[in-house]
Design a protein around this ligand. Structure first.
Ligand code: ADP
Ligand code: MG
Length: 268
C-alpha cells in the first residue's frame, strides 16, 4: 500500500510543486510506482507535467475535483489517472477545484474526502505525492488527513521560515485531533543561491532554528533558471538537463529521503 506524502508550506513560491514533480520522478526512476496528486486549483503541477501540452488545463474535465465532488455527493468515486512515464502518473487539478473547495468546506465529514478518494488507488502505488496549495484551509486539512508524512519546502528567507512556523502549528492541531500517525519527514531547502552569503547564513539559521524539532534535509536544492525552463517544456529538470545542479540535487535528495525513511516498498 502506498505511503502518502504531502508537500507543503503555507507560503507560495517555495518549491512545493517543483519538488513534488522532480522527487516523484526520481522515485519513479528507482523502480517505485508513483502517483502525483495535484491538489492546488492553480494546477501548476498539471501544467508542468505536460499532460495538457498546447491546451488550457482548465479544459481538462476529469480532475481530483471530480473525485471529491462525487465523494461529497455520496456517489461512486473514480480517480482520473494520467500516465506520464513508466513509474509516474498524475491526477490533475485545475480551476474547478476552487468551486469544489467551497462545497467541501460545508460538507459532512469534510476533512476525510481526499483520504477516501485516495483509498481507491492506494494499492496500485508505492508512493502518492500530494502537491498542496499555499493555504491553511480545508484543502490542506484534507491533504494532512490523507497523508502519512509531510515534507515542508522552504526557501532560505525570513517569510518562508514564518510560513514553516505557521504550518507546524496546523500540523500539531491536525495530528492531535484528526491523524495521530502523521509525521513531518523534514524540511527541504529549495531555490538557494548558495553563492550569496545571505543564503548561506539563512540556511545555517534554518538548520539551527529547526533541527531540535524537525529534520532539516542535508541536501539543499540550488537555484537554477533551467528549472523554470524545464517546467515550461513540461519536463523534469533531469530530463531537461541531466547534469544541472538542481537535477543532481533532486536525485541526491531522493537518495537521502530513501536512506532515512524508505522501506522496500517495491516488495511491500
Ligand atoms: P510553490 O509550489 O511552493 O508555489 P514552485 O515549485 O511553483 O513553488 O516554485 C515557484 C517558482 O520558482 C516557479 O516559477 C518555479 O519554476 C521556480 N523554481 C522552483 N524551484 C526552483 C529552483 N531550484 N531554481 C529556480 N527556480 C525554481
Ligand atoms: Mg505550487
Amino acid at each position: 500500500m502506498a505511503k502518502v506524502i504531502a508537500l507543503s508550506n503555507q507560503k507560495g513560491g517555495v518549491g512545493k510543486t517543483t519538488t513534488a514533480y522532480n522527487f516523484g520522478a526520481e522515485l519513479g526512476k528507482r523502480g517505485y510506482r508513483v502517483l502525483l496528486v495535484d491538489f492546488d486549483s492553480q494546477g501548476n503541477l498539471t501544467k508542468g507535467s505536460g499532460i495538457a501540452a498546447g491546451k488550457n488545463i482548465d479544459d481538462i474535465e476529469e480532475t481530483i475535483a471530480t473525485s471529491i465532488d462525487a465523494c461529497i455527493a455520496g456517489e461512486a468515486i473514480s480517480v482520473p489517472v494520467y500516465k506520464l512515464s513508466a513509474g509516474l502518473s498524475i491526477v490533475p487539478c485545475n480551476i474547478s477545484m476552487a468551486k469544489t473547495k467551497m462545497e467541501l468546506s460545508l460538507a459532512l465529514a469534510r476533512e476525510t474526502m481526499l483520504m477516501r478518494c485516495l483509498k481507491q488507488v492506494k494499492n496500485d502505488y508505492d508512493y502518492i505525492i500530494i502537491d498542496t496549495a499555499p493555504s491553511l484551509d480545508i484543502d490542506l486539512i484534507n491533504a494532512f488527513v490523507a497523508s502519512d508524512e509531510i515534507i515542508i519546502t522552504s526557501t532560505p528567507d525570513a517569510f518562508s521560515t514564518s510560513g514553516t512556523r505557521a504550518l507546524m502549528k496546523s500540523f500539531r492541531q491536525i495530528a492531535d485531533n484528526l491523524n495521530p500517525t502523521l509525521k513531518i519527514a523534514g524540511v527541504l531547502i529549495t531555490e538557494a543561491d548558495q553563492r550569496t552569503n545571505f543564503a548561506r547564513d539563512m540556511i545555517r539559521g534554518i538548520k539551527s532554528a529547526w533541527e531540535s524539532d524537525v529534520k532539516v534535509f542535508n541536501t539543499v536544492i540550488p537555484l537554477s533558471v533551467r528549472v523554470r525552463e524545464s517546467q515550461a517544456a513540461g519536463k523534469t529538470i533531469a530530463e531537461y538537463e541531466n547534469k544541472n545542479a538542481a537535477a543532481v540535487a533532486y536525485a541526491l535528495f531522493t537518495d537521502e529521503y530513501l536512506k532515512e525513511y524508505g522501506e522496500d516498498r517495491k516488495d511491500a
